[in-house]
Design a protein around this ligand. Structure first.
Ligand SMILES: [Zn+2]
Length: 454
């Protein structure tokens, strides 16, 4: 007799979707079968899809660091509500450099998360010796910047070269924010000298050229050093293609992107200012720009989708001029709804959705097959989805401390009905139901399976 049966639903895997009962025992998947197994508790999930929970590899829960913007309880509550069962978190206001920092943060977070969480460390040019130890202690990736952003000092090419050599030698993986320091700094200088402080400075300051130069350099250095590198939040198709050029030449390079590069347009910043201030900024100008992103997501050029959840409240977004106000958008609770809508709109198959939201991030960051799949033996991190249910996204429903969403007013089709982490329900019908402390700190599984290149 197992603990819990989810009977009558349709199980989604990277190979497709099929009617399957799912059985959970001791927090793990005990059976996936068309035959019934007896269980202490049975839920009839007829008409619903069962997806492996989203593994959101790029979130900022600001705790410790900037808890007035978000904390781990509010952030993980938002995650659970949105169908995210694992997050990989890092906070720029409280960077992690060495093993001691990492363990202290993991300890602090005991009792503060509804969903399972991994932690990432930051790379500092003058602390490269800490990389092997923080990696060995269980940081799931190293985060580096090519430009000074969010108070974190950027790495110039000579620093990146050394950092990638160190990461390659340690067997680590690096997520890199790609905007060229020289180009962004020169643009900022010119705009400030011209007295500009209107919303139009954002796309000029954080230009396409700055992103393309940085991504080309980073991907090339990845190939030259053999380091495994993920390009963070690629904002447009050309960025993806520049990264792939080095992968085709033998580099271990993958590309991350985020919903805001599929759903928000470049010119929105001109009217919405701080509420569209994130970087790299939205680039899409036409429907065909967006179609090019969907094509790259479908064919695997974009390896996975993360939210880059970096919330600030409305008041925080309105404090100060456009130069000084926080970068970032909330997104951890809306991303799966947006992508399920994309499935309904024909942009991507449900089988591909589970790859880009769950399997690939779990594989890349060493969590697979504990996470990223609902095969027998995996953690029972299950999202029940009603693909036909529609709603309008509203600020009033936002669980994050942000209290708003850039997608307010949008109609979405496809809704998270309930979220389970290791067999325990942590959210239902748009509200968190779990307890802080249920979520566990995750380190890499023993001998993780290598990630495929697509
Ligand atoms: Zn980020």
């Amino acid at each position: 007799m197992v603990d819990l049966a989810l009977e009558g639903g349709t199980l989604v895997t990277p190979d497709g979707a099929a009617p399957t009962h799912l059985y959970i025992d001791g927090g793990r998947v005990a059976a996936v079968s068309t035959q019934r197994v007896s269980a202490r508790q049975t839920l009839d999930v007829t008409g619903l899809y069962l997806l492996p929970g989203m593994v959101d590899a790029h979130v900022h829960f600001m705790d410790p660091g900037a808890p007035e913007r978000e904390d781990f309880i509010s952030g993980s509550s938002a995650a659970a509500t949105g169908g995210v069962t694992t997050v990989i978190e890092h906070t720029h206001a409280h960077p992690i450099y060495d093993a001691q920092d990492l363990r202290a943060k993991a300890n602090y977070l005991r009792g503060r998360s509804l969903v399972d969480f991994g932690l990432a460390a930051h790379v500092r040019a003058d602390r490269l010796e800490a990389i092997p130890e923080v990696w060995a202690a269980g940081a799931l990736y190293l985060k580096a910047f090519t430009c000074t952003t969010h108070g974190i000092t950027g790495l110039l090419p000579p620093d990146l070269l050394q950092a990638f050599r160190t990461i390659a030698a340690a067997g680590g993986i690096c997520l890199v924010h790609c905007e060229d320091e020289g180009i962004t700094a020169a643009a900022e200088r010119a705009l400030r000298e011209a007295g500009r402080a209107d919303f139009g400075v954002i796309p000029l300051w954080r230009s396409r050229e700055a992103e393309w130069v940085a991504v080309s350099t980073v991907a090339l250095l990845a190939r030259l050093t053999g380091a495994r590198v993920v390009i963070a939040h690629a904002s447009n198709a050309q960025t993806v293609d520049l990264a792939l050029r080095e992968r085709q030449a033998g580099g271990a390079v993958w590309v991350e992107s985020c919903p805001h590069y599929f759903y928000l347009r470049e010119d929105e910043v001109l009217t919405l200012g701080p509420f569209r201030k994130f970087t790299p900024p939205a680039r899409a100008r036409t429907a065909s720009d967006v179609d090019e992103m969907w094509a790259r997501l479908r064919r695997g050029d974009i390896a996975y989708i993360a939210t880059d959840h970096a919330p600030a409240t409305r008041a925080q977004k309105e404090a100060g001029d456009i130069w000084h106000v926080h970068f970032g958008l909330p997104g951890v609770e809306t991303t799966l709804a947006m992508l399920l809508t994309a499935v309904n709109e024909g942009h991507l198959a449900l089988s591909r959705l589970v790859q880009v939201t769950s399997e690939m991030p779990a594989r890349l960051y060493g969590l697979y097959p504990r996470k990223g799949t609902l095969q027998v033996g995996a953690d029972a991190d299950v999202v029940l989805v009603d693909l036909t249910k529609e709603r309008t996204l509203r600020d009033a429903d936002v669980v994050s401390k942000a209290g708003w969403t850039p997608y307010a007013g949008r109609r979405v089709r496809g809704q998270v009905v309930a979220t389970f982490v290791r067999g325990q329900q942590v959210a239902a019908d748009g509200r968190p139901t779990g307890s802080p402390g249920w979520g566990q700190w995750l380190t890499r599984v023993p001998a993780p399976a290598p990630a495929p290149t697509r």
